[in-house]
Design a protein around this ligand. Sequence first.
Ligand SMILES: [Zn+2]
Length: 114
Amino acid sequence: MHEFSLAQNILEIVIDSAREHGLTAVGEVRLDVGQAAGVHLEALEFAWKHLKTTSELTTGAALLINSIPAHAACANCGFSGPVTDYIRICPACQALGLRIMGGLEFMVTSISGE
Ligand SMILES: [Zn+2]
């Protein structure tokens, strides 16, 4: 399960960072996820809820997901604009090979706690 390993990666980053900053309890973890990153947010949250309890540091940590809109450009017709999903078909001319210009983010942007 893709989202389970992503949640595992987040957990490792959070624990490393929490130790580095002397936190004893992580309160909030903020995450940027692009809409073209191919991440199922509900599955990610589900995995996080289970994994976070494996460390005392993260048991009470809430995962706050910032969903970033995807943008794409078409080399065929010059279309440039938002796309609503993980698609590679141009909404203007239906050509394949739409180039995703933004919305591929997947990163922890902040960790807070005490
Ligand atoms: Zn096009």
